[in-house]
Design a protein around this ligand. Structure first.
Ligand code: ADP
Length: 222
């Protein structure tokens, strides 16, 4: 019989990345188990986690022993040791953990992780580099999420050029094939903008679409 603990997380590998994930989950008030092979790391994270455990995650008996299959969500943040990261991912999927998120070190590592069933592969340096490149190229792009090679969600800052325009006047779907998901006005988030609601300078527009169309929209309207 499986008991699933809701909102129960485990982070394996407490380096810079795993450590930051662990602290943040803990700060948000979630139950998080911190795991590392290095006892010093375990001691260091005992105050930023619900439990901190020293074990070698490539050893399936040790992970089985702590009941890892009961965790809904496990983050594998083993840095340089790619082999250990892959073995750990295999053990976790074998144990039936439904969400296994793994930090990849490089593109080869990423490909292997995708093949062996990692649910989400993150590549922090690579992802952040891309984001920053977009921010450098355009001061209107505030944030950016890749959905696939061709599609993204972007956050754009409304310039005074678009001030006073509305969904109706802009005709985003007809003219650009893109969809406005939300308008942020400071802290206020409007997730179902009405057709005649005016956009104001400084508002943040959350838009989804094909990269080419998004670029066209940005160049033309903003
Ligand atoms: P980052 O680049 O995010 O700082 P590091 O490579 O510094 O990552 O940290 C990875 C962590 O993973 C280290 O604390 C290391 O002790 C831990 N680690 C490495 N191998 C294992 C393993 N087999 N089981 C558990 N933890 C491990």
């Amino acid at each position: 019989k499986k008991t699933r603990h809701k909102n129960q997380y485990a982070v394996i590998g407490l380096g810079r990345f795993g450590g930051s994930v662990c602290r943040e989950l803990h700060n948000m008030g979630h139950e998080v188990m911190a795991i590392d092979i290095d006892q010093d790391k375990v001691d260091q994270y005992s105050r930023f986690s619900t439990h901190a455990v020293q074990l070698d995650s490539t050893d399936e008996r040790q992970l089985h022993g702590i009941g890892i299959r009961n965790f809904e969500h496990v983050v594998v943040a083993i840095g340089d040791n790619i082999q250990a990261s892959i073995l750990t991912t295999l053990v976790l999927k074998d144990e039936g953990v439904s969400q296994v998120w793994v930090k990849a070190q490089n593109m080869y590592h990423q490909k292997v992780l995708d093949k062996i069933g990692a649910d989400v592969v993150v590549h922090p340096e690579f992802d952040m580099g891309k984001r920053i490149a977009h921010n450098i190229v355009s001061d209107k792009v505030i944030d950016y999420i890749d959905l696939s090679d061709d599609y993204s969600i972007i956050e754009l800052r409304a310039s005074d050029k678009i001030d006073g325009e509305t969904l109706m006047s802009l005709q985003l779907r007809a003219k650009y094939g893109i969809t406005l998901l939300a308008i942020k006005d400071g802290e206020a988030m409007n997730i179902s903008p009405k057709p005649d609601e005016p956009i104001r300078t400084g508002n943040i527009l959350l838009v989804i679409g094909h990269n080419n169309d998004l670029e066209r929209f940005e160049d033309t309207e903003l």
